[in-house]
Design a protein around this ligand. Structure first.
Ligand code: C2E
Ligand code: MG
Ligand code: MG
Ligand code: MG
Length: 290
């Protein structure tokens, strides 16, 4: 009801939506508690090179370790945080935690890039830059180049001028940027040229269906060519099978991430996965097979 109410219409009291917003307030309170109580946890999904077989990095993905509900996926609670102060606090926690993890892995002989998803609200928040600089100073053994921030394509173009300015400042620290879910927004070529991003992440919806859908295959091909023209790296997400890997490699996309390589892993499970990956013959001989 309230959704359809235009400027000149009265909002009717709607018990249904009132109950909903009460529930949402309650859940926000629970999320605030979760952050204070250390109930969030990061899983790490590897990114690999199809050419060398090297593990080039890992994307940190948040989960809520709920005392009763178990491991809650981000899609079930992040939308509630959208545009709130708490969203900034959670994003800040994620950056600090991922850097602490990268630092610990570095000391254990596992040095690689970590990627963190950053909401548009936090990227544009006045405290973002100083928070980031401080986080990097806390972990001086992690080269700033090893931190990559993934920003949604749609978020980056919503406030283009601001986003470009803040990204440029952060890049001076050494931090890298990737455009997440690329292809789902309305990024024109002009936008892409202006955005100081190192990497395009081809959205998983196109990757998943590209073997059966000629349009999706065309989009994947197009993004790869776009990346080449604009001299950006390109990575495919949602790579679920070897066959996807083989086709991507043939199209010129050499970096991949997806269930076919590994699901997001608990931090404790990551190092042993890395050792196991080195012995995975199927993915390591992909180049020879195709
Ligand atoms: P995203 O950044 O595009 O991350 C990729 C999502 O796809 C992850 O879901 C990942 O688990 C899933 N995925 C990876 N490979 C495959 C695959 O081969 N097949 C399928 N079907 N799915 C795959 P997840 O962890 O549920 O995260 C969903 C979204 O929530 C993320 O999309 C990201 O936008 C957001 N998100 C996750 N963690 C954070 C965070 O710490 N901060 C912020 N601001 N957003 C986050
Ligand atoms: Mg991402
Ligand atoms: Mg994505
Ligand atoms: Mg996504």
């Amino acid at each position: 009801l309230a959704k359809d109410a235009g400027k000149n219409r009265y909002r009717m009291f709607d018990p249904e939506s009132d109950r909903k917003s009460q529930e949402q307030r309650k859940e926000l309170e629970q999320l605030r508690h979760a952050l204070a109580n250390d109930e969030f946890v990061l899983y790490y999904q590897p990114k690999v090179s199809l050419d060398s077989g090297d593990i080039i990095g890992a994307e940190a993905l948040i989960r809520w370790c709920h005392p009763e509900r178990g491991l809650v996926p981000p899609g079930a609670f992040l939308p509630l945080l959208h545009g709130t102060e708490l969203e900034n606090a959670v994003d800040e926690w994620v950056i600090n935690t991922a850097l602490a993890q990268a630092s610990a892995w570095h000391d254990a002989g596992l040095s690689m890039r970590v990627s963190v998803n950053v909401s548009a609200g936090y990227l544009l928040a006045p405290t973002f830059y100083s928070d980031l600089a401080r986080a990097l100073q806390c972990h001086t053994n992690v080269p700033p180049e090893h931190l990559e921030l993934e920003v949604l394509e749609t978020a980056a173009i919503a406030d283009m001028g601001q986003a470009v300015a803040i990204m440029q400042r952060c890049r001076k620290l050494g931090v890298r940027f990737a455009l997440d879910d690329f292809g789902t927004g309305y990024s024109s070529l002009t936008y892409l040229r202006k955005l100081p991003v190192d990497t395009l992440k081809i959205d998983q919806s196109f990757v998943r269906d590209m073997l059966n859908d000629a349009d999706d295959l065309g989009i994947v091909e197009g993004v790869i060519q776009l990346a080449t023209v604009f001299e950006r790296q390109v990575i495919a997400e949602g790579v679920e099978t070897l066959q996807h890997g083989a086709v991507l490699r043939r199209l010129g996309c050499h970096l991949v991430q997806g269930y076919g390589i590994a699901r997001p892993l608990a931090a404790e499970a990551f190092p042993s996965w890395c050792r196991q990956w080195q012995t995975d013959a199927a993915w390591h001989t992909l180049g020879e097979a195709s």
